[in-house]
Design a protein. Structure first.
Length: 133
């Protein structure tokens, strides 16, 4: 398995059992079996948290968080180098800042970014994008 990065839409699809959830389930299972991490920027993790709380409440977030912490997801802090790369992507492409962080992390790790967010279509020439749906 190659390096993999998740954006928030991937985890949200999984948590809300939306289209593409089965694809993420397969990725997590494969990573666990191969003892490999899947990377996620802390900025994207924060986006998952606030969207989960908005839609389902803080108690549901705490339950989901416990479940997610068992998965082979390596949380990557948004350091200065990653932030500057995200800023460059944000300037060049119409997307949220959180999405720019996910793309910057995929570029830094030379990884496939798994997402269900079609804002990443514009980046397919710069990074490899794996579509959940």
């Amino acid at each position: 398995m190659k390096n993999t990065v998740l954006d928030s839409s991937a985890l949200l699809a999984f948590l809300f059992n939306e289209s593409g959830a089965d694809r993420l389930d397969d990725l997590l299972e494969e990573a666990g079996r191969d003892e490999r991490s899947i990377f996620m920027c802390d900025v994207n993790w924060a986006e998952v948290q606030y969207k989960m709380i908005q839609k389902r409440g803080a108690d549901e977030w705490r339950l989901a968080r416990s479940r997610l912490m068992a998965f082979p997801i390596e949380h990557v802090p948004a350091d200065q180098l990653l932030a500057e790369s995200a800023a460059e992507i944000k300037v060049a492409h119409k997307m949220s800042l959180a999405d720019a962080f996910a793309a910057a992390l995929a570029r830094q790790k030379k990884a496939t970014l798994f997402t269900g967010d079609h804002d990443f279509k514009a980046l397919e020439g710069e990074i490899k994008v794996g579509w959940l749906k």
